[in-house]
Write a protein that binds this ligand. Structure first.
Ligand code: AOS
Ligand code: ZN
Ligand code: ZN
Length: 393
């Protein structure tokens, strides 16, 4: 077994220093399944409180300086005020997520709908999101579409693809020079026969037609079981089109569970390809976002656990002895190469990261520090009538 040497450890910690993970505002509200939403005490009543909760995650981990918003869930009268509020709490506003999946008008689609009036409504919504980006300083407009059909023959899939391209082109043209359009794919749900952006290939084809500032979002829960997600990560990085991640984990469908919980090894393999493809360099533009719902566990600790999981698997991926790996690969040493890879995966980096955190003025154990901080008890007592993630103010 290869021992992890000191020099590689030092390099790993240096690279981790610039890692940033973006939190979803909706992770802090009540959420559930179609069977039940379990309400929790202390959940935020408005976007300002969601941002304050997200800031707690950053305060205890130093890892999460940005909060993604969802429009209209996070609509406020004055986005400049929300931006200032975020900055006062030591965080910034990140990705703006659009929403064309809740209105009655979108039952048969939004940006790909056959009715010009519905498409216009959906495009206008995205133009409003771009205004929110201007007011908040956000750089990314993320689009996930529920568009699709339930039955073969229900609609013309080819025509829908063409209309989608036209709609996206209009939205892309409205972006400012520093903005990006990020198109998320998902293989099914809520549509059960076909989805208009079901896979990375379709997203890649659509964003490539738009231009350089249009990129793909990879949500780790949006693939068929057994899909080799790290291969997609590799390919999108190779093509210069990996814009962002929506991290979460899944056992069955789009479970939105804590990232790395269901399959830590998969998260390691993904992070290895991120490192290998240069995606950890800030210049790559890859945004590491979480897209999770904490239905039964507490929200803030759930997010703390998640960002730590991403950091731990990033550290392990950075510990791979790439010289030894390449040598084994070049020699056709199948088992040797695999062993080098697994040595890094099996390295327990938690004590190392705890020491490193302390050396940076952060708590060695962020979850314990949060529990001891009294924040949860305070908001549990103060906030009455918190909202559901999706439908709240
Ligand atoms: C939906 O399945 C997607 O993951 C989107 O990213 C969505 O906007 C987000 O989950 C909030 O509901
Ligand atoms: Zn997502
Ligand atoms: Zn999803």
């Amino acid at each position: 077994m290869t021992l992890i040497d000191e020099e590689r450890t030092r390099r790993t910690l240096d690279r981790l220093a610039s890692q940033e993970i973006e939190l979803p505002s909706w992770a802090f509200g009540n959420s559930g399944t179609r069977f039940r939403v379990f309400g929790q005490p202390g959940v935020p009543r408005d976007p300002f409180e969601k941002v304050a909760d997200a800031a707690q995650v950053h305060a205890h981990t130093g890892l999460a300086p940005a909060v993604a918003l969802h429009i209209p869930w996070d609509l406020v009268d004055d986005f400049g005020k929300l931006r200032a509020h975020a900055e006062d709490h030591g965080v910034r506003i990140g990705t703006i997520n659009s929403n064309t999946f809740q209105d009655e008008a979108y039952k048969l689609g939004s940006l790909s709908h056959s009715d010009t009036a519905v498409r216009r409504k959906a495009i206008e919504h995205h133009l409003e999101c771009i205004d929110v980006m201007r007011a908040t300083g956000s750089q990314d407009l993320k689009i996930w579409l529920a568009d699709g059909t339930n039955y073969a023959g229900q609609d013309d899939m080819r025509a829908r693809q063409d209309r989608l391209a036209e709609s996206l082109a209009e939205i892309y043209a409205a972006l400012d020079a520093e903005h990006r359009l990020v198109l998320e794919y998902k293989f099914f749900e809520p549509a059960f026969y076909h989805t208009d952006v079901p896979d990375w290939g379709t997203s890649y084809a659509q964003v490539s037609a738009l231009g350089e500032r249009a990129v793909v979002c990879l949500d780790t829960g949006h693939h068929a079981p057994g899909t080799n997600i790290e291969f997609i990560v590799m390919q999108l990085l190779r093509l210069g089109k990996l814009g962002s991640f929506d991290f979460n984990s899944r056992n069955y469908a789009d479970d939105d569970l804590i990232v790395g919980a269901a399959d830590p090894f998969q998260l390691f393999r993904i992070m290895y390809e991120v490192v290998r493809g240069g995606g950890l360099d800030p210049a790559s533009g890859v945004v590491f976002m979480l897209d999770q719902c904490h239905n039964i566990e507490r929200k803030i600790p759930g997010q703390i656990r998640s960002v730590l999981n991403v950091q731990e698997m990033t550290a392990r991926a950075l510990l791979v002895d790439t010289d030894a790996l390449r040598a084994a690969q070049a020699a056709g040493d199948v088992l040797g190469a695999h062993e080098v890879f697994m040595d890094a995966f099996y390295t327990d980096v938690r004590p190392l990261l705890a020491d490193w955190r302390e050396s940076r003025g952060l708590p060695a154990d962020p979850l314990a520090a949060y529990a001891a901080s009294g924040y949860q008890e305070t908001v549990d007592a103060e906030r009455v009538g918190g909202t559901q993630a999706g439908w709240g103010a």
